[in-house]
Design a protein around this ligand. Structure first.
Ligand SMILES: [Zn+2]
Length: 100
């Protein structure tokens, strides 16, 4: 799916339609650092033998191949007030910005 680099759409701050720049928002890492769960897992897996519930593959890795499309968030910037908004796009194999 191609997305126009500039589109005229509603700005909630200006309360009217304005020309807005479109960029694809990069997915960010959530959390960061050691949570209680990851500390517990590190303690378990440092031992010899079966790691119990931590021997199973994590849910995130199990679901990795289940979907072939991705939802993409767009960061749109109002050219009049400079405010930024996030708008999500429907699922597509590839989302790219069309440069004219
Ligand atoms: Zn605006």
């Amino acid at each position: 799916m191609k997305v126009p680099a500039k589109m005229r759409t509603f700005c909630p701050n200006c309360n009217k339609h304005t020309t807005q720049d479109v960029k694809i928002e990069k997915p960010r890492q959530r959390g960061g650092g050691m949570s209680q769960g990851s500390r517990r897992m590190a303690r378990w897996t440092s031992r010899i033998g079966n790691h119990g519930r931590y021997s199973r593959r994590p849910i995130a890795a199990r679901n990795m191949t289940s979907k072939t499309t991705k939802k993409v968030d767009l960061r749109i910037t109002c050219s009049e007030c400079g405010k930024k908004w996030i708008r999500s796009r429907p699922r597509a194999r590839r989302t790219e910005i069309a440069r004219v």
